[in-house]
Design a binder for this molecule. Structure first.
Ligand SMILES: Nc1ncnc2c1ncn2[C@@H]1O[C@H](COP(=O)(O)OP(=O)(O)O)[C@@H](O)[C@H]1O
Ligand SMILES: CC(=O)N[C@@H](CCC(=O)OP(=O)(O)O)C(=O)O
Length: 249
């Protein structure tokens, strides 16, 4: 069976993809690997919300999403970020397909905590058959929007969506491309990080903002069968590799 690689591309990283990124996609594609990109767009959503006079508020890295902010989120993810990524992948000579602008739902979800976060979803199921069919012929490009049982779209944190998809696809590799070279302590990038060490860093407030849901989601994927999980800013950089700590004795 061919290997599956899931790449989460943050909104900032999406605007700064290097030639080396596309070369690596070609290498994987030539080796018969299936590639799924899940993109964010947080900085773009914040910027457009501000332009439209909406309040930008996040709690522990999760956007508080009122109905107006949800509309901005949908417009930005499906009208700006996803087409930009599809265009870049296509321009690099690979076949890209944006999955949730039209057609079949890709991510199913329900409310995370409507009172606290508003129109924010948590993932309940993904459309594995559809994604698998697409990945046989294309690089799939997915936005983190979930459809609830009533057919409403909900805003899902991009890292949470990507990790949920990676684990349900039994991905061999899950790479989170972001705007920092890995998990950092002061100016130092940690080359490896266990969940236990991350928990200590959370307690000491060394992990804040968007790195909180990112690490929680990334460890969730690792503990649920994804073989390799890396947080980095460039595919060719080592970044931070997550590992399950072995209990000794
Ligand atoms: N210990 C840490 N190491 C690295 N980044 C951290 C850390 N703690 C908080 N962060 C913040 O997390 C951000 C990355 O998360 P986020 O902004 O959500 O990225 P993305 O849009 O790529 O998902 C960094 O830009 C940084 O400001
Ligand atoms: C609920 C929630 O927080 N959704 C995120 C979805 C986009 C995202 O995650 O973008 P990045 O990967 O660039 O941070 C948001 O509205 O910002």
């Amino acid at each position: 069976m061919s290997q599956t690689i899931v790449i989460k591309i943050g909104g900032h990283a999406a605007t700064e993809l290097s030639p080396a990124f596309f070369s690596q996609l070609h290498v994987w594609h030539a080796a018969g690997k299936q590639i799924l990109i899940v993109h964010g767009g947080g900085p773009q959503i914040s910027s457009w919300s501000k332009k439209l006079g909406l309040t930008v508020k996040k709690i522990n890295g999760i956007r508080v999403t009122d109905p107006e902010t949800l509309k901005v989120t949908q417009a930005v993810l499906l009208g700006l970020v996803q087409p930009m990524l599809c265009q870049k992948v296509t321009a690099a000579g690979l076949s890209a397909l944006g999955l949730n602008a039209t057609g079949q739902p890709v991510i199913y979800g329900d409310y995370l905590n409507q009172k606290l976060f508003g129109e924010v979803g948590q993932l309940t199921k993904i459309n594995c058959d559809y994604i698998s069919a697409v990945l046989k012929h294309h690089i799939g490009i997915v936005a983190p929007l979930a459809v609830d049982p009533e057919g409403h779209e909900l805003n899902v944190n991009g890292d949470v969506a990507a990790a949920g998809i990676a684990r349900r696809l039994n991905a061999d590799e899950f790479i989170l491309l972001t705007d920092v070279p890995g998990v950092m302590v002061k100016d130092h990038v940690l080359s490896r990080l266990s969940k236990q060490k991350a928990a200590k860093m959370f307690e000491r407030k060394l992990i804040t903002e968007g790195m909180q849901p990112k690490l929680q989601a990334a460890f969730d994927a690792l503990q649920n069968g994804v073989k390799r999980v890396t947080i980095t800013n460039e595919l060719q950089n080592a970044g931070t590799k997550l590992f399950n700590q072995q209990l000794v004795g």
